[in-house]
Design a protein around this ligand. Sequence first.
Ligand code: 13P
Length: 450
Amino acid sequence: MSLNDVARALVAPGKGILAADESGGTIKKRFDTIGCDSTEDRRRAYREMLFTTKGADEFVSGVILFDETIRQNASDGRPLPKILEEQGIIPGIKVDKGAVTLAKSPNEKVTDGLDGLRDRLIEYRGLGAKFAKWRAVIDIADGIPTQYCLKVNAHALARYAALCQEEDIVPIVEPEVLMDGDHSIERCYEVTTATLHTVFNELYKQRVALDGMLLKPNMVIPGKKNSSYPAKPELIAERTVACFRNVVPAEVPGIVFLSGGQGDEEASANLSAMNKLGPHPWQLSFSYGRALQAPSLKAWKGDDANIAAGQSAYLHRAHMNGLARSGEYTATADAGLCVLVGVTHDDSAESASKLASKVANLRIFDGEQSLLDVGGAALVVSQFTLYGDTTRGRRPSWIAAARPEQAEPLVDAFVDALRTLGVRVEAGRFGANMQVALVNDGPVTLMLEA
Ligand code: 13P
């Protein structure tokens, strides 16, 4: 496969990249949040859980690995990169050595790792890596970033990218403008424009083939400490696409965003809003770390007994971002419940509101969260057939089901009670012959009696 073939496969429709390349320090920070010691065995177990998730290959085109991970074997002895390859998922490798203080500008950073890079790339290629990643960090604050910082980081990114292409490895070029500050979305727009302009200037000068690379940038978004954060997905989408149309050549096959501290649903919603504005000259996709892994890490808790829960949480996020690739993600496509409601003779307004409270507060989502905790939606469908009695004969009896005059106001009361509790509700029309499509993800089906 040519560099362009690999780059295009990484941004194939409906798919994106999992960034699982946390360095030793970063993965320790993540494990600390779930009270798990960062030992080599736990790191391997965690990554093995992600990489063996059945069905993830439908939404995940490639995985970025850390140096330790690309050399590790799964519990059955197979090398971890091989496990990915066997599912058609392309293994990649982080090759930078982290950001260090920039000489003569103590509040800025430059990324290390060019020394010996050519030899390391040859070795990684032998271990199965077909693409690589190098991250430069640009901070926004009073008086920074300086032109000096943009220039040295862009120079290093271009040197790395050219070396990768010589070794037949697709470079992912990642200049990340951080979202930690209190800056506005307009300031992020200006800095991201200046950064990308400097980066593409260097890539051009250093002869990097633009059709054989991917860009991994931040979205144009207000700083987390700015009062306008979080901004609406439509605004982020409009500013980000406007910025990129100005500075990213159409020859680049894809832009794979980092999540950079956005919430998982936020990152899906923002990407989806951008794709809704398409078609664009490049594929707009994801290369998320935290936004793909956070719920999975929380469900796993460092314990192998929770592998199924961890995998289901990861698959769900991958699926949601797969939908975002074509602008089809909406919050209601995320966590939620389909509630089929049957009413019997002795039901009352009181039983309707008791049932609503039960449904809203049941701890059945990942991490023992309720529908209210996850901000999920409920699709409520009235279904008198739930009270069908099949104990006698071959014809079900509907005697136990309440008449429509009694049932309809009680279903309405149930919907109102859910809404009052703060649940988003979609309800069908009472008595209508509805076509309900249900993805039973879990699968979990519960019967609740009021
Ligand atoms: P986040 O999505 O957590 O920002 O990680 C992506 C990444 O690889 C940063 O270098």
